[in-house]
Design a protein around this ligand. Sequence first.
Ligand SMILES: Nc1ncnc2c1ncn2[C@@H]1O[C@H](COP(=O)(O)OP(=O)(O)O)[C@@H](O)[C@H]1O
Ligand SMILES: [Mg+2]
Length: 356
Amino acid sequence: MKPSPSRRDTEKDALEFEFLEGCKKSGTLNIDGVKQCVDHNEIQILGVLGSGSCGVVESAMVRQKLMAVKTMYKNDNKENLKRILRDVRIMSLCNSPFIVTSYGYFMFDSSVKICMQIMSACCEKLLRRIYHSKLDFFPEFVAGHIVYSAISALDYLKEKHSIIHRDIKPSNILFDDAGNVKLCDFGISGFMTNFMAHSKSAGCPPYMAPERLTIETNSKYDVRSDVWSLGITTYQLVTGVYPFPLNDLEFTTLTIIANLNLPSPSLKEETKRNFSPVFIEFLDLCLRKNVHERPEYKKLMKNDFFLDYDPASGDRYKIKQLNETENQVAVWFNDIKKRTRAEDELKPMPNTPCVN
Ligand SMILES: Nc1ncnc2c1ncn2[C@@H]1O[C@H](COP(=O)(O)OP(=O)(O)O)[C@@H](O)[C@H]1O
Ligand SMILES: [Mg+2]
C-alpha cells in the first residue's frame, strides 16, 4: 500500500531535493581562483589522510593540484543525509583563513566527495605521535595560536553565517606545514535562530558542555558550548590527558561533567608543567560549568591571553617570525613531525577519549 501524502516524511523529501539541486554543481571545482569542470575519473587517489565517523579523507591529485578528498557514503537514513548535506553546504559557504577551504564537490547516487585544501595533521594525531615518542605535549605558545585561530573561526561562523560548529575536539583542528591552524568537519554543525541552536543533534559527548548533557537545556544552547569544547581540547593538548576520569561507563564521566556542584578542571592543579597565570585564567573562563558565567567570543577576544596571540596586537604578539618562511609554530610543528612516527597516529593513547 502506498503511504498517504500526509504520512510522507516531508523533511526527508526536502533533503532529497537539496541533494538533487546540489548535483547540478557536482564536478565544478574552483582551484586557485579558476572554475573548472572536472570528471570524477580525474581524481587520482594517493593515500589515506584520516577517517572519522562519517567518511574517509584521502590525499589526491586533481589536475596537478594536491588536495584532500573526503568521501561520505549516502544511505537511506535521514540523519546520514542531513550530515552529508550540512558538511557540503557549510564548507562551500565559508571563506576564512581559519577554516579549511573547499574547492567543490562531487555528488553521486550513493556517495559524496568534498575536495578541499590539504592540511598536514590534526591535533589528535599530533597528540598520539607526541605521546608515543615521549616528548613534551603542546607548549603554551602553540595552545595560544590554536585558541586564537579556533576562536577567530568560530566567531566568523557565528557572525557571518549564524553557524555553531558543535564538534570542537582535537581531530577537527588541523595544522598545515606553515603552522596555520584551521577547523574542519561541519557534519553536525547547525544554523542558529535568535543565536540559539534548537536541535539535540549529536556531537562527541566527552567534549560536550554541561548544558548540552542536561535534559532541560540540551535542546537550547548557544556558541558558549563550543567555548567549553575548545577549553577541554586545549587542556588535553597541553597536558596529554582528558580532564575527567574516563570509565568504561561513559555515563559516569558525563554525569560528572553535567553536575554543576562538582569543580571544573583547571591547569592550577597541573604539577608537571608550568603555565602562565593568564593562560590558566583564560582556560578557567572557558571551562566555567555554568554557561551564564562562560564568556562569548567577543569577550574572549579581549582577554589578555587571546591578545597575546593575535597578530593584530602589534608588539605584544608572542609568536616570533624566525626566518622569511617560518614562525615559531611552524618550527615546533615540523620538529614534532621529524621526531615522531607517522605509524603512531593510529595507536590510541590512555586517558583520552578514543574519538575521531
Ligand atoms: N583537509 C584535510 N587535510 C588533511 N587531513 C584531513 C583533512 N580533513 C580531514 N582530515 C583528516 O581526516 C580526519 C577525518 O576528517 P573529518 O572531516 O573530521 O571527518 P569525520 O566527519 O568522519 O570526523 C580528520 O580528523 C583529519 O585527521
Ligand atoms: Mg571529524
